[in-house]
Ligand binder design. Structure first.
Ligand code: ZN
Ligand code: ZN
Length: 151
């Protein structure tokens, strides 16, 4: 591998981590450099159960407009239009965007060693798996229907 190739790779990594993205879940703007392992967003690890009308992870049910905004007086209007409102999720995770070139999975710290000095908040304040020192993208556990309980 020539020096040029490795410089090119380093530049690609820097570019991927400093591009601005908008989170498709909460609409926040972020760069992966500021995002990875900080868990600034939330998600539901479980599926939505349409029969029970709730999330399988935490049992969250949709809030209707009346108890969300105390619009109980608008009963007739409420029956015509009942938007389904949910929280962003019961578990924490990183922001995510399909436009990001950084895959949404745990990242080994050594793979992005050249970026670590530029991280704010610093690496030690982020969520790192002690098992293999990778930055962890989401909080696991709490979901009996998925295999994502902490290994
Ligand atoms: Zn949930
Ligand atoms: Zn987000």
């Amino acid at each position: 591998m020539s020096l040029y190739d490795s410089d090119e790779k380093v530049n690609q990594v820097i570019e991927a981590f400093t591009e601005l993205h908008q989170c498709t879940h909460c609409n926040a703007y972020f760069t992966e450099l500021a995002n990875v392992g900080t868990w600034g967003c939330r998600y539901h690890p479980g599926k939505y159960n349409y029969e029970k009308d709730e999330y399988e992870c935490c049992g969250e049910k949709p809030m209707n407009h009346s108890n969300y905004n105390n619009f109980a007086a608008f009963a007739t209007w409420k029956h015509k239009y009942t938007p389904r409102l949910f929280s962003l999720g019961c578990k924490r995770c990183d922001h995510r965007s399909p436009a990001s070139k950084v895959p949404y999975k745990d990242i080994k710290c050594e793979k992005i060693a050249q970026l670590i000095p530029f991280m704010k908040p610093p690496l030690e304040k982020r969520n790192i798996s002690k098992r293999d020192t990778s930055l962890v993208r989401k909080e696991y556990g709490g979901c009996p229907t998925r295999e994502n309980t902490l290994a």
